[in-house]
Structures are given as C-alpha cells and as structure tokens.
Ligand binder design. Structure first.
Ligand SMILES: [Fe+2]
Ligand SMILES: [Fe+2]
Length: 471
C-alpha cells in the first residue's frame, strides 16, 4: 500500500493482497493504483471517471479470478475437502490417489462408476483422462482389477466391439464424403416418386424382414397371394428386404458367397409383387441391411466390386428395383454416419407415415410415436394396445418376419413368420388390422392354405454364419 494509506484500517473490499494483484488486468492495475493513491473507492472512481460500484465489482472479480486459479488467503479461506495448501500458500487439489482411492471397492463397483460416467453423456467417448477428471475413484482403485483402461471399458461394456472399431476406422480412412452425399441425394429423391394410393378407404399390405434368399417359401407365396387377392392400395416393405450376410459383421464361408444371387432374388421378388398388384403403390422403408448395402456400395469395398462387375455397375435404384417396378424408397438416414451409434440413430429416422394415421418403422421405437402402425426388425410378432386422443384405442404390431425360422446359426425357433393387412379410413384416421400368421398353414381372407412339401426350407442353405446375426 502507498504511504498515504498507512495507519488507516483497510477498507473492506479494498485491501488487495499481493497474491491477488498477480492476476490483475491492465484495467485492474489502473484501479488498484488509484485506490492506493486516494485510499478510497469513491475518490479512485472519480479519478478514473467511473462509477464507484464498478470499482468494487472489478476488485471482486479480480479476487474470484485469483481464487479460481488456486489462490487462497492464509487463515481467511479454508482449504476445502480434496485440496491442500502447497508451498507459497497456493491451494491445490490433493493428488488423485489421496482423494479418491477406494480400498474396499471391487470390480463391480468400479464398473458401476464407469457406467455412471458414460451415461451422463452417451455421445462422449470416455478417455482415461476424462474418467480421471469426472469420476469419484482413483486410477489405483480400478487398475488393480483391469490393468488397462481399455480392458476396464471392455468389461463395462462401453467399448466398441472389434467390428465396430474396424468399421469406424475404415470409414474414417476411406469414406468419401462426397460420394456418400451424392448417394444421400440420390436415394432421397425416391421418397415419393411413384405415388398411387388414393381414396377414402385404403388397404395396406405390409411385411418386414424378408432377408432375400433366407425368405420362407410359404411366406413368399402367401404374401404374393395376398397382394393378388386384396389388390391393396399400398404395399409397404418395412426394411431388411436384403440379408446379404456377405457385408455383415460375421464371417461368411466363401463357398457360400453369392451376393449376386441374392440381389437377383430381391429383384425377382419385387417383380412378382408388382405383377401381382399392378396398381399398388409400393413403399420400401430402408432397414439396417439396406443401409449397410449402400454403405458398401459407396465405399466400393472389395465385396461390392465383385458384385458390381457381375451386375455391370448397379446403382441404388438398380439394386432395389426402384425405377423398374415403380417403388418409393423411404430413406432419410444420412449415409455419412461415423460411429455405430450414429448409424443406429440415422437408420431410426427411416419411417413412413401414411395419411398422418399409420406409421411403419423398421425399429420398435416407432411404437413410442403415438400413432397406430407396426415395426419390424425383431422377427417376432407382438401386439400392444395403446391409446391416444387422436386415434382412440389402437394397436401397434411388431411384425413377424419373412426370414425362414429354420436357421442353424440363430434362435430362429423363437421367431415368427407373418405379415399384416391394414385397412385405413382416411376420413376418420381410424384403422383396423388383420395379421396373417404363417405357420405350417395360414388363413388368408377366409381361405385355408397349407405349406406344400417343396416349401419346407432345406437346411443346407443356412449354414454359413457362426454367430447370431443382427435382425
Ligand atoms: Fe433389421
Ligand atoms: Fe431383419
């Protein structure tokens, strides 16, 4: 303090210790000099041509800044839990081991803590440092059990699978954003290209998860029969018309490698459907298997190059028969997703809203949208009754699949086969559902159909995957 100030009691708030002055800005320094010279805030403010309240405010801010940076006044501000006073009076955090070591924690408690941190921000990739800063436990608490942080994350189930990791790496390395953007633009043009359905009463024939060659032959026959007999206004294919395990995460025996045959199967199926119901509007909602196919197409993976050379440069409309059979493709999902989680989020945007009264979603999250309708993906028929003020009491169906249930690599016995016929009154927005279950027999529009001997799927076509596929 300047000599003029000596002998007077320090005015509260005006006494600024040396340690705090260290953090002063140029403006603060001017204020401090004026205070030292005049001895009070009003005079200092007058000298500087400012309001005296702002002098106090500037000093308070300065003190806060200093405290945030670790300054503490001896004897005045306590050392808080988790801190200690270092030499020179600075208050610093205790070392992490002193603060957060939990002797009594086992692996389960450590994993619970890691998951707690991961759930706070699900989009955050948890690094070792992020966890150190945000968790309540020390490194030595968990690394007794897991060794490396990667192993710790893996055991907590929050690390990407090896496949996901590889996918991310390969996309980061190879994906040409321009190509993917071009694909987005191309596929999105097909959302409403071939509109046909109209009229007050509409009949909608819906199936999901046909999975190309894996399709049950009896299902295929009955679905086409339904199209022929009902002459629906719309046919809605709810995703996963393709299976194409060649592009999946599970190994395919190269002897089973035949994506071209599968593509031809899908095109023949759509051709048969179009022939069965020439005037129907056909809508195909992109499922995770289609999304995956297009990603491979855009990245021109070795697998796809084989296919393309065989099929002479197939395009998106070509692979899905969009122009040939007048099919709409509902696929707002952005192909430029980077992580597995992003992909899930993107594919979840692929849904079809019909006349603001019926919803087709590939994933079960469609059920949360408050509209009558159906989802696929789980290959198992379930029905929920729901209520909304708009639609009254209504049904939501999770459809059985077209995929054959006899598959050696999966618990296909728990799947069900079936499709849905919905009847919508567009004036009242109310709808009724007829679900057609496909078993050894099926009943369609009051007629009884039996599975023929040649429609028992042979086991030999279904041995190529070792693990559970994604639905
Ligand atoms: Fe699916
Ligand atoms: Fe599926």
């Amino acid at each position: 303090m300047a000599a003029k100030n000596e002998g007077r009691p320090a005015r509260v708030g005006l006494d600024v210790p040396e340690g705090v002055r260290h953090f002063a800005t140029n403006r603060d320094r001017e204020i401090l000099a004026a205070i030292d010279e005049t001895g009070n805030a009003v005079a200092a403010a007058q000298k500087l041509g400012m309001a005296h309240q702002n002098v106090y405010r500037a000093l308070a801010n300065l003190r806060t800044r200093a405290e945030r940076a670790g300054w503490r006044e001896e004897g005045e501000l306590p050392v808080r839990p988790g801190e200690k006073r270092a030499e020179g009076g600075r208050v610093v955090p205790l070392s992490e081991d002193e603060r957060k070591f939990h002797e009594d924690w086992g692996p389960a408690e450590c994993i619970a803590e890691l998951r707690r941190i991961a759930e706070i921000d699900p989009d955050k990739v948890i690094s070792r440092n992020y966890f150190r800063v945000h968790s309540d436990i020390s490194e030595s608490t968990w690394n007794r059990y897991f060794g490396t942080f990667h192993e710790f994350k893996r055991q907590a189930g929050i690390v990407l699978s090896r496949h996901a990791h590889r996918l991310e790496r390969s996309i980061a390395k190879h994906a040409s954003v321009d190509i993917l953007k071009g694909f987005n633009d191309q596929k999105r043009q097909y959302a409403g290209r071939y509109l046909k359905a109209a009229g007050k009463h509409q009949t909608i024939l819906a199936a999901s998860d046909i999975h190309d060659e894996e399709c049950d032959p009896f299902f295929r026959r009955l679905f086409l029969e339904a199209a022929r007999r009902a002459q629906p206004d719309r046919i809605v294919l709810g995703g996963d018309i393709y299976d194409l395990p060649e592009f999946g995460k599970y190994g395919v025996d190269p002897r089973e490698w035949n994506p071209v045959r599968r593509i031809r199967w899908v095109l023949a199926f759509i051709a048969d459907l179009r022939a069965a119901a020439p005037n129907a509007q056909i809508d195909l909602v992109e499922g995770n298997h289609e999304y995956r196919l297009l990603r491979h197409l855009s990245e021109a993976t070795p697998a796809l190059k084989v296919v393309l050379s065989d099929l002479h440069g197939m395009t998106i409309p070509g692979l899905l028969g969009l122009d040939a059979y007048e099919v709409n493709y509902i696929a707002p999902a952005d192909l430029r997703a980077f992580s597995e989680r992003d992909i899930q989020r993107e594919v979840s945007q692929n849904f079809l809203l019909i006349e603001d009264a019926l919803l087709c979603h590939h994933f079960p999250k469609g059920r949360e949208m408050g509209v009558p309708g159906w989802n696929g993906h789980h290959h198992r028929h379930l029905v929920w009754t729901q209520y909304s003020p708009t639609f009254g009491a209504f049904e939501w169906h999770q459809l059985g699949c077209g995929h054959v249930r006899r598959a050696s690599y999966t618990d296909g016995r728990f799947w069900t086969n079936g499709f849905l016929i919905a009847h919508l009154n567009t004036a009242t927005k109310r709808s009724t559902f007829e679900y057609v279950e496909i078993g050894d027999h099926a009943v369609l529009g009051g007629e009884f159909y039996e599975r023929r001997p040649d429609e028992w799927p042979g086991p030999e076509a279904h041995v190529h995957r070792k693990e559970q596929p994604d639905a």
